[in-house]
Design a protein around this ligand. Sequence first.
Ligand code: UDP
Length: 335
Amino acid sequence: MILITGGAGYIGSHTVINLLNQGYKIAVFDNLSTGHIETIDTLKDIGDIKFIQGDLCNIKDLENLFCNYDIQAVIHFAAFSLVEESCINPKKYYINNVMGTLNLLNTMLKYDVKKIVFSSTCATYGVPKILPLDENHPQNPINPYGNTKLTIERILKDYDKAYELKSIILRYFNVAGCDSLIRIGEWHVPETHLIPNILKSVTEKDKVFKIFGTDYDTKDGTCVRDYVNVEDLAEAHRLALEYLFKSNKSDIFNIGTENGNTVKEVFDICKEITNTNIKVEETQRRAGDPPSLYANAKKAKEILGWNPKKTLYDSIKTAWLWEKILFNNISKEEI
Ligand code: UDP
């Protein structure tokens, strides 16, 4: 059985579907602080998953989990991930992300589970010195969120050396879109991310979409990001897991499309897909945003055999269908 922590969240839940499609048995562990029970209900309709509500900061929850289920490997998503919030409340991030992960790793060792796929982030690189970013780029995070993820990467390296706990670290870039059948999707409360925020300014009458900064040194003055489709990202997790079983070797991979798009380009695609003249306001830069981030993901392609298939257009199309289901109560049949 594969344990997926944070399986009620955005990327975790899509990875659950990917693994279910390949016949894996899944246990989802989630405290539902940002994930949703409705997502778990949908996953239960799709396949045979065990859901355990629990918290990584509660050792008893972890003990019960590892005691009751025969776990071969872990894919670890459960974390807080908002850069701005991490600057205001770093304690929350260090406790949940770092302490929670330490509890998980120590329980894994106790139960002799020695394989983990870990969700890391391009935020561990900080402000790029060279683009595209490859895995050897120096890591100098510029916010507490990135610091927590880098700390965990270092712990994983030490735990491999000392205890032979093997890990695949996936450093991913921006994530977009949802399940092709629109059964689950991106659902953050509050929503801070670019694509759902643009789409919400279509569905929510009084919402005006704000561009954070138009004076960056980029082709149109807005930030450049690499938007990887969530189903392609889920596939990367499965390939990483299978590579870990096969090789029993720790490694690190960037996961991104290797294409950068500006905020204005994303906005234009949203306008085209929604066929709406979306209201927009140009405002100040948001703290902690580097101008440009996009990946060199050749290593994942060569070693994991990862082959991302979806374009940004595909991602925004599914994100728009999901947005309508989520917020306009339109049934799937009507779309
Ligand atoms: N962004 C924006 N308006 C929004 C949300 C995001 O202009 O309402 C910009 C943000 O400044 C960044 C890019 O969109 O340059 C992607 O932000 P997001 O929060 O989606 O992801 P992040 O890059 O922070 O992981």
